[in-house]
Write a protein that binds this ligand. Structure first.
Ligand code: PHB
Length: 501
């Protein structure tokens, strides 16, 4: 809903070229089948000059939105802040997420919420039932409106009895029943779909099983959407692009950085849109700069303008949402483990608790110092490892797995009393790290810290291992703990960026 009277048509000199080119590069990097792309692939796909692609990538890399080693480029978790801005602004995941989850539990089927986006339908919330037979679309994925159930609903005017079915239109075996949900202004703003498979239902039996309940719950969904937004408005940011420009010189495209800051700032609108002045205040940018960025973003379909209010459009989700929402802990952690190992020159690993064992989920070795070779999937007893103690310390005492009162001695130094181990675990919980010296294996020292998920729960443990002969344990703690904690903080920041809800 661009209203031409509020924003004059952008002439070439008003539009921000670097922002357009930056978004063109990002769109190629975010394509469903792109993974790591070389600079030359980006040149070919965008038609931009090599020097332009290099500068765009250098800028996005400095903003931590992509990772580049000079040859290959991949998406970085921080890019999710852009999609997160749209998801926050539209308010649907926060308002409908819990109800969507409840419906999925009740029906024991996947439930998704989607919004109209041009000729398509884009997913914004999901509660998935993973099943062998089913394909899974991701948040941010776009389906053609003509081939999915929600598409028909967005095309028709809203009516109380309306529903739409998808009988294997988009995918053999996949069936869906969808109902429209109105926003406070009375328009259909999204659709809730229940998705099943022909091995469990026909379209008719799915409709009979879920439609009455979907119709019942529609008033709750609409009330949740209409409820006033709670939570604090995001704080105003300062313009850091000047500092970065000084640091990187001509390689840094300041107007690309500023345009992206405008995009993210619009996520703070609480669904009401934002005026140009409000965006200027939120970003610390000059009005003229904001105006040119907004003009460019409107032209590119990322932002709409109604009167004096600017608002993010679902198309923003094409900037990495689907690909990034797939990232799991090992992939998130791997680059940070590599960086940690480069810094401390010792092997680093990430593990999770699996019963009374720890299980390796990511690892970057240097030299081999253990008698057994450790790979992803290796399990070790939690009680005798620094990482296990960190993970046990992250659980409430009643959640901790039961251990025998006498634990097997793996070396002469292994703590074998469950009572003594309990005291150690309490100390680890208070201090935020564990150091284990030759309890798992002679000659081996390991230092570990927790890695917390977006809700603050300990999700994994990160460690560095070294020869016990390398200085004292206290020297190792002083030398390694700050780098270990920093790496854990970087992983946690990525987890938070990827899970905005
Ligand atoms: C889905 O959520 O995966 C879905 C929803 C509606 C469709 C097809 C798939 O028509």
């Amino acid at each position: 809903m661009t209203s031409p009277e509020s924003l004059p048509d952008a002439t070439d000199c008003q539009r921000v070229g670097p922002l357009e080119r930056g978004l063109a590069v990002l769109r190629v990097l975010c394509a469903p089948d792109a993974d790591r792309l070389r600079h030359s692939d980006l040149v070919r796909a965008t038609g931009l000059a090599r020097s332009t692609v290099d500068r765009v990538v250098a800028t996005l890399d400095r903003l931590a939105l992509v990772r580049s080693d000079g040859r290959e480029v991949s998406l970085a978790p921080r890019l999710m802040e852009v999609s997160g801005a749209y998801l926050r602004s539209c308010g649907i995941p926060a308002a409908l997420g819990p109800l969507t989850q409840r419906l999925a539990d009740e029906f024991d089927e996947s439930v998704s919420v989607s919004v109209p986006d041009g000729d398509g339908v884009r997913f914004v919330t999901q509660a998935r039932r993973r099943r062998a037979m089913s394909v899974s679309f991701r948040i941010g994925d776009l389906l053609p409106a003509a081939r999915c159930a929600p598409g028909a609903l967005f095309a028709a005017p809203w009516s109380k009895d309306q529903w739409a079915g998808d009988d294997q239109l988009i995918e053999p075996g996949l069936i869906a029943v969808a109902v429209p949900v109105r926003g406070p202004a009375g328009r259909t703003v999204c659709a809730v779909s229940v998705v099943s498979h022909t091995s469990r239902h026909t379209l008719q039996s799915l409709r009979e099983a879920v439609l009455p309940r979907l119709r019942d719950v529609r008033t709750d969904l609409e009330a949740a959407l209409a409820a006033p937004r709670t939570g604090e408005a995001p704080p105003a940011t300062t313009d850091i692009s000047l500092t970065l420009k000084r640091e990187l010189g001509p390689e840094f495209l300041q107007s690309l950085a500023r345009g992206l800051a405008v995009l993210v700032a619009l996520g703070g609108d609480r669904g009401e849109g934002m005026t140009l002045s409000a965006v200027a205040e939120a970003t610390g940018l000059a009005r003229a700069t904001v105006r040119r960025s907004l003009l460019t973003l409107v032209q590119l379909g990322q932002v709409s303008c109604e009167g004096s209010q600017f608002r993010l459009e679902p198309r923003v989700l094409e900037l990495g949402c689907a690909r990034l929402s797939e990232l799991r802990l090992p992939e998130i952690a791997q680059p940070h483990l590599t960086e940690l190992v480069e810094r401390v020159h010792e092997s680093a690993s990430l593990v999770v608790l699996d019963g009374t064992d720890i299980r390796y989920v990511a690892r970057v070795p240097t030299v081999r110092i253990m008698s057994i070779s450790i790979t992803v999937g290796t399990r070790l007893p939690a009680y005798a490892t620094s990482m296990g103690r960190v993970l046990l310390a992250g659980l409430a005492p009643e959640e901790r797995p039961e251990l025998p009162t006498v634990l097997p001695a793996l070396t002469q130094r292994t703590v074998t009393s469950a009572r003594e181990l309990g005291e150690i675990v309490e100390r680890v919980a208070a201090e935020g790290f564990a150091l284990v010296e030759e309890e798992l294996e002679e000659g081996l020292r390991s230092l570990a810290v927790p890695v917390r998920d977006a809700r603050g729960r300990v999700a994994a443990a990160l460690n560095v291992a070294q020869h016990a002969g390398r200085g004292t344990a206290e020297e190792a703690r002083v030398a390694l703990l700050p780098a270990l904690r920093e790496a854990a903080e970087h992983i946690e920041a990525d987890i938070r960026a990827l899970r905005p809800f």
